[in-house]
Design a binder for this molecule. Sequence first.
Ligand SMILES: *[C@@H]1O[C@H](CO)[C@@H](O)[C@H](O)[C@H]1NC(C)=O
Length: 429
Amino acid sequence: LKTSSTVNLISGFFVISPQKSAKMRLRLAGAVLLSAAAYYVYLPLPSGVSEPWKLMLLDALFRSFMQASDVAHTLGVCHRVHLLNRIVSWVEEIEARSCTAVHVADSTLGGVPTRVFQPKGGKQLKRGVIYFHGGGWVLGSGRMRSYDLLCRKMAEELDSVIMSVDYRLAPEAVFPDQYHDALAASRAFLSAQVLERYSIDPERVCVSGDSAGGNLAAAVAQELSSDDSLTAKFKVQALIYPVLQALDFYTPSYQQNRAVPILYRPVMARFWLQYLGADMSLEPLLLANNHSSLDQPAISGSTRSKLDWTALLPAERKKHFRPVVKETGSPGVMGKVPQLMDVRAAPLLAEQGVLGRTPKAYVMTCEFDVLRDDGLMYVRRLQSAGVAVTSDHYEDGFHGCMVFAYLPMMSSVGQRSMNNYIHWLDQNL
Ligand SMILES: *[C@@H]1O[C@H](CO)[C@@H](O)[C@H](O)[C@H]1NC(C)=O
């Protein structure tokens, strides 16, 4: 009797009743999971970045997608990019659905799939914007919720027709496919036939895009402004944190923001290699600036001056950073990947004369973005070429913020920048 009551006492005290123990275990598991999640999400961020916790959450989301894709890739289930794209489209893609103010339909432009947003009311003759989404030439789609919402808002607030182009993506398509798609869609957009069909004013058309889409927009603007066969020309170009060069991975912004989400420095190098159809094993070489060492005969002094940030950036962006220019590097690489020097891939390398013919520009840059200096150097070079430029810099901005103005972690700098972008278009288009 004594033993049994002792056992009872002990079980009452330590072992606990089955229900109680289940609850405790749940709580313990919850606490472990929470701290694991906090550990996974937490990231030391530079002070000054807008709403750091939201950026951390966004980053954790991206990282988990990337890691899931890496696991699938390693297990041989599928290519990491395909899984990543599938996850993104599953989470993000939405049907073309019209609303009271905007008619939305999926169509094609010059043979390239395109989502078209047409305001229902408003003026007879509309303004027009062709838009290229971001995603490192590898990811994304104009059918994603974030881009759909952006274009819908633009169509409504600007009373403009917006055409969001789904150019082909890597690894299936590599440079110059993406560029050719962007160009073909833009030529079709500027044709009398399309402008008439959508009631677009040929005098008020814009080319725009963010990140890799900003790269395509800048490249297309250069090509088409020098093409005299076109009857309609772009009135403005609006580039949102564009990527414009692949020769210097040590600009002050690459150095300062190498570990700032969501566009980490090595991720950008990988995007470049995938876009250019180059061997992915070249990543460390690129990250060492070995491809732009002084012993590369293919890179002339004049080319170097086009991205010489020591001359092109204002002092407040150069800060304490030093250029990284190797005396000797990996000389064979320019022969293997000559696309690194192709101005259609790297619009910052354009000649002054070409830049001077491009339309009035809006360039958005973010302080916490490896691509900040690509954009700021382009601003400076466009200005020197005589182009009117609005340089819209966000001291608390991070790469991608404008498009993340809608996600659950709706960002304040995202909304601010989106409103300013649309306002600029309203005033200048
Ligand atoms: C960069 O170039 C140097 C000099 O040729 C070489 O020693 C080094 O291994 C290269 N680094 C990479 C990552 O290729």
